[in-house]
Ligand binder design. Structure first.
Ligand code: ZN
Ligand code: ZN
Length: 322
């Protein structure tokens, strides 16, 4: 099983401006002067080993969309602007490699805030006749909000005019489902307007997608319901939009969580890997590099021997759960 991140930014897309890119290039070129780089291989190794992520790359700017893949089955979490890149990459694969690409898509929606649905009008596969697209969620106004997003004042093409067969499926939180070969469960999360997390299990592997969730009430309790939901996950995708102080102080009740809680809940639930997700849209790459380093340092203080892997998700990142 693997997970590919197509959109990792919270609330609003983020762009890498010309000025920010210039600063990265300046740093990279200055550093390169210390080395005798003669070949493409030398340059590749220099970029990979000598430059921090914030200099050699970018965490990216799309709003949430995550692909979970196992064998030839896949599900998608959320339809933020990342879903456009997911779809165009499939088209690229089809054109360049002449491979068969899926015609049925299963998209799980955590909630209906704009950053989690805004990519859908640009999802190329929704315009392909014969494709089937199932959109699952727990909000009973889900179909209404999707249709409203594409009313004529907002977008030129309505949902009804998209050529794929698009079905909205309302889920029941008390039930466990088998969808696209995955065992799927949900959990209600504390967030303005309520959001839901999803757990996907297949072939003994478990991925939990839990974004836009503020953890507060009952957190210290040994039986806190998220501990069971996250238990033994091979990968937990966790809303860490804020640092701890912000989450508990200036941004209390904004519906998001922190990197510190990502560590503590992961350790308590025996999670193998956690990916910090839903990055604050004002945070630049240097800040996020430090945020990841701080989070790893915190783990070394909180539970020194714990083998938890901590990553900070970026657009295009692939995490294998094997
Ligand atoms: Zn969000
Ligand atoms: Zn939200």
């Amino acid at each position: 099983m693997y997970v590919k991140f197509w959109g990792t930014r919270g609330s609003l897309p983020y762009s890498l401006t010309a000025e920010k890119l210039k600063k990265k290039l300046q740093k990279a070129l200055k550093e390169s002067l210390k080395y005798d780089l003669k070949s493409d291989a030398d340059i590749d190794a220099f970029i990979k080993n000598k430059l921090p992520f914030a200099v050699r790359a970018t965490y990216g700017g799309n709003t949430p969309c995550v692909e979970i893949h196992s064998g030839n089955k896949l599900v998608i979490c959320d339809a933020g602007s990342g879903i456009r890149d997911f779809g165009t990459d499939l088209v690229r694969q089809q054109q360049e490699k002449n491979v068969a690409i899926p015609s049925v898509f299963h998209i799980f929606i955590s909630h209906l805030h704009w950053d989690h649905i805004q990519g859908f009008p640009f999802f190329p596969q929704a315009f392909v006749p014969g494709n089937k697209i199932y959109i699952y969620g727990y909000h009973d106004n889900m179909e209404k909000i999707f249709r409203y997003q594409q009313n004529s004042a907002n977008f030129p093409v309505s949902i009804s005019d998209m050529q794929a067969d698009i079905q909205f499926v309302l889920l029941d939180i008390s039930k466990t489902y088998t969808i696209s070969g995955f065992t799927v469960k949900g959990i209600k999360q504390n967030h303005p307007g309520v959001s839901y997390g999803f757990s996907f299990e297949k072939d003994g592997k478990k991925v939990v997608y839990s974004t836009d969730a503020e953890h507060r009430k009952g957190l210290e309790n040994q039986k806190y319901n998220f501990l069971e939901f996250f238990k033994d996950a091979d990968l937990l995708i966790f809303d860490a939009q804020y640092a701890l102080l912000e989450a508990f102080d200036t941004k209390k009740n904004w519906g998001h969580s922190s990197n510190i809680l990502a560590v503590e809940l992961s350790v308590r639930a025996n999670v193998k890997r956690v990916c910090l997700f839903h990055h604050e849209h004002t945070s630049d790459d240097n800040f996020l590099d430090k945020f990841l380093a701080d989070t790893r340092n915190y783990l070394s203080m909180y539970a020194r021997e714990n083998p938890l892997e901590i990553w900070l998700a970026y657009d295009g990142m692939k995490v294998f759960c094997d």
